[in-house]
Ligand binder design. Structure first.
Ligand code: AMP
Length: 215
């Protein structure tokens, strides 16, 4: 059986969410974004949302046990049996260890999106997100067809509070401090595929398709 378990790893702004949505549709596997799950919980005002909000607003990571719990629950749902794309998880070594436990050593391909910090800042500060469905756009690189409106559902486009420059810089600092080490971890395990994340979404998408295979 072809393995279809993927992790999209890389700095904020590298295009993981955009590309994961696209690849998940192509492969018919669920796209699991921990950031999106947490933002939904914040919007709905659940207990999880109340816990997560303070961390997210300041660009910090939500505690490992909280996030690992969410992912464990999600991966146990039947639609994840034949594969999945994890976007934004794992982000720390303890999260990666929790994922090892869930996948029972079954092979996982980790796509590492390589992008410079300054390019990430430019992408994130210009990003606009649909308040209803979470789709992402960019004022310059991926403008919506109608200004301020989502192409997919017509919802209102807003700037995520953590996409303001000061918070973006903090998210990048946290990435280098806590997440970057996972690149070496998965490289040592022989599970890493490096993707040049510069260029248009179409160009990056084509590089990804070539590494993921088509079934
Ligand atoms: P993202 O949409 O992936 O950039 O995530 C937005 C925010 O959600 C992050 O800055 C964190 O505060 C939180 N978050 C998302 N995924 C994780 C994770 N795996 N571990 C800890 N915090 C996370």
């Amino acid at each position: 059986m072809t393995d279809r378990r993927f992790v999209f790893l890389g700095p904020p702004g590298a295009g993981k969410g955009t590309q994961a949505a696209r690849a998940a549709e192509r492969l018919s596997v669920p796209h699991i974004s921990t950031g999106e799950i947490l933002r939904r919980a914040v919007r709905e005002g659940t207990e999880l949302g109340r816990t997560a909000k303070g961390y997210m607003d300041r660009g910090a990571l939500v505690p490992d046990d909280v996030v690992a719990g969410i992912v464990a629950e999600r991966l146990s749902e039947p639609d994840c049996r034949d594969g999945f794309i994890l976007d934004g998880f794992p982000r720390t070594t303890p999260q990666a260890e929790a994922l090892d436990g869930r996948t029972n050593g079954a092979s996982l391909l980790v796509l590492y999106f390589d992008l410079d910090d300054e390019e990430a800042v430019e992408r994130l500060t210009g990003r606009r997100t649909c308040a209803s469905c979470g789709a992402n756009f960019h004022l310059k690189y991926m403008p919506p067809k109608v200004e301020g409106r989502c192409d997919r559902c017509g919802g209102e486009l807003v700037q995520r509070s953590d996409d303001r420059e000061e918070t973006v810089r903090e998210r990048l600092r946290v990435y280098h401090e806590q997440t970057r080490e996972l690149v070496e971890r998965y490289r040592a395990l022989g599970r890493l595929a490096e993707i040049d994340a510069n260029g248009s979404p179409e160009a990056v998408g084509a590089r990804i398709d070539a590494r993921m295979g088509d079934d």
